[in-house]
Design a protein around this ligand. Structure first.
Ligand code: GUN
Ligand code: ZN
Length: 427
């Protein structure tokens, strides 16, 4: 099959390479898909259809890799946009009560379905999600992702203190239940199980040690947690772990740092923590709508020069399922820190950057021969205000930027997962 449109691929990381050298654009391009993989990306003229080969014509739409959400809580879908709290009381007021509702497997399954409908409508073809502490909540999301052919990672939240009793496991149970999920799902089709200690305040040292041991036994699993989101949380960690050098040091001590570690937020870091993140090869999920919605602070995207960084919605602390809206929030936070992110950098964070954080950077995240065929078509004139601005554009980036700043799910013109069309037009 061929898909035709404007194609955009990355040749290099725009945080580490001059922008002109990092993107490959074909104004009239074509992508060939064979057997769920991309086999060629080239100017349409040089890639004519073979006899009988189907051609999907997307006109002026921009074809790029599907968006990848490096950190989200599918279990919080129903409490997105909950008013007026900061992290710790937001968790107690809205989040833990909602996560308790997922004790009902039928409810978990319904939320999982809605979550995947919303993410696909927004062009997200891979996400790394937190479920709840109930193992069946992981079955719900991976069981819904599997028939859709999605590449997805999900984790059972490990939490043995400082949360409501019905949500607590123990160090041993969190270990055993996660191990059971790994045996059931990890590496099945395109699915993965993420080892998921929620964050240092809700795990005892014993549980963090068990999580570290589990990761050592299953090193190709992603490991996700939260790091330095709000000052009150950081002070709490310092009180709970008085011997630790700093917040990231807690994770390092228990073997929870390194490639495949995905640290959500990572806003208020010391110089030592920034250096240690880079030295250990740990990754960061930048959650800009959440960081402003919960009042957490302004992430320094300059970290992407030394640390793998991916973009993330952090639904439902994050306030949008749209990766376009999330890129716009990242741009605005960059401005508030005196660093306007270039459209190439924003798109990188939402695709290859997030894939790298998940260690799937050689499979997804870019339009390139050999990659799995997770593809997105963006309408760059999806609303009147975007269309009139894009008309004035003098180059590709100026053509794309209005959609980043003003676009939403109406800009998603097509979504292919493993080469199969999954948006409404795909029937
Ligand atoms: N820190 C610990 N748990 C959470 C969560 O569910 N959302 C956010 N934003 N931060 C957290
Ligand atoms: Zn989170």
């Amino acid at each position: 099959m061929l898909i035709r449109g404007q194609t955009l691929s990355f040749a290099a990381n725009p945080f580490r390479t001059p922008r002109d050298a990092c993107a490959l654009h074909h104004r009239r391009g074509a992508i060939r898909i064979d057997d769920a993989r991309i086999t060629a990306v080239a100017p349409a003229d040089s890639l004519p259809p073979t006899p009988g080969e189907p051609v999907v014509e997307m006109g002026d739409a921009l074809l790029l890799a599907g968006f990848i959400d490096a950190h989200a809580h599918y279990s919080q879908t129903r409490i997105i946009a909950s008013w007026g709290r900061r992290l710790i009381d937001w968790l107690e007021t809205y989040t833990f009560p909602e996560e308790m509702r997922l004790a009902d497997p039928a409810y978990a399954a319904a939320v999982a379905r809605d979550y995947l409908d919303l993410t696909l409508a927004n062009g997200i073809t891979t996400a790394c999600v937190y479920a709840t502490s109930h193992p069946h909540s992981v079955d719900a999301i991976l069981g819904a992702a599997q028939p859709r052919g999605l590449r997805m990672a999900a984790g059972k939240v490990m939490m043995d203190r400082n949360a409501p009793e019905p949500l607590l496991d123990t160090a041993q149970r969190g270990y055993d239940e996660t191990r059971g999920l790994i045996a059931r799902w990890h590496g099945v089709d395109r699915l993965a199980v993420a080892i998921t200690p929620r964050f240092a305040p809700t795990s005892s040292p014993d549980q963090l040690e068990a999580a570290g041991a589990l990761w050592a036994a299953h090193p190709d699993c992603p490991m996700q947690t939260h790091l330095s989101e709000q000052p009150e949380e950081i002070a709490w960690v310092a009180a709970l772990f008085p011997d630790a050098t700093d917040y990231f040091g807690v994770y390092e001590r228990f073997g929870l740092a390194g490639p495949g570690a995905i640290m959500g937020h990572a806003i208020h870091l010391t110089a030592r923590e920034r250096a240690a993140l880079a030295e250990t090869g740990s990754g960061i999920a930048h959650c800009p709508t959440s960081n402003s919605f919960i009042g957490s602070g302004l992430f320094d995207a300059g970290l992407a020069e030394t640390v793998p960084v991916g973009l993330a919605t952090d639904v439902g602390g994050g306030s949008s399922f749209s990766m376009l809206r999330t890129m716009a929030a990242a741009y605005e936070i960059g401005q508030l820190r005196g660093r306007p992110l270039h459209p190439a950098q924003l798109l990188w964070l939402a695709t290859q950057g997030a894939a790298d954080v998940l260690r799937w950077g050689d499979r997804i995240g870019n339009l390139e021969a050999g990659r799995e065929a997770d593809i997105l078509a963006l309408d760059l004139a999806s609303t009147p205000v975007i269309a009139q601005r894009a008309t004035r554009a003098e180059d590709l980036w100026e053509q794309i930027f209005p959609t980043i700043m003003l676009g939403d799910d109406r800009a998603i013109a097509g979504v292919w997962v493993g080469g199969k069309r999954l948006d409404a037009a795909g029937g």
